[in-house]
Design a protein around this ligand. Structure first.
Ligand code: MG
Ligand code: ZN
Length: 176
């Protein structure tokens, strides 16, 4: 088992793309702890709309998620992939990078490592200066900082409240 990517769309043909990266649990869905099925997958307010507005602004979308529940044998990798397949029917997302390892495995992909963020930027031909990563934990913020992209902390509530300002800021920097 390794850290892996679940590709939902073909890689883009252009380069220098703005990328909106999202942590999953606590950002897109309420973090009930080791969410592994649809019954426990409760969308955060404004999450779907945030993805849609990023896409409308020209961003490609990636999800970057630690899934130690797989390494802890709470659920299987197939459970996770099945759930993400359903998520991808609900929102428009290019790729999911996930680390299935428990912290004890000391995988170098697990956040706060920037590795999965960097892999997503590389896969999507992202422009770091026009990309951001929304996360609810310190490890997300550290992963973003180490990858050299804007960290966007989210503490709950409506996701649009943190996403709209950063999208606006990046779009404004393009036109100025
Ligand atoms: Mg989280
Ligand atoms: Zn890993």
């Amino acid at each position: 088992m390794r850290c892996d990517a679940f590709e939902l769309k073909n890689a883009p043909r252009s380069s220098g793309n703005p990328i909106a990266l999202f942590d999953r649990d606590g950002v897109l869905n309420i973090d009930h702890g080791y969410v592994a099925n649809r019954e426990n997958f409760q969308w955060v307010e404004g999450a779907k709309e945030s993805i849609e507005l990023c896409r409308n602004a020209g961003f490609l979308i990636a999800i970057i998620t630690n899934q130690s529940g797989i390494g802890r044998f709470y659920y299987t990798e197939q459970d996770f992939l099945g759930l993400m397949g359903w998520v991808a029917e609900e929102i428009d997302v290019e790729v999911v990078f996930y680390c299935p390892h428990s912290p004890e495995a000391k995988c170098d992909g697990r956040k706060p490592s920037p590795k999965m963020v960097n892999m997503a930027l590389q896969f999507l031909e992202g422009d770091p200066a026009r990309s951001f990563f929304v996360g609810d934990k310190v490890s997300d913020i550290q992963a973003a900082e180490r990858a050299g992209i804007r960290p966007v902390p989210f503490a709950g509530g409506d996701l649009r409240e943190v996403v709209i300002p950063v999208v606006q800021e990046i779009m404004d920097s393009e036109t100025s």
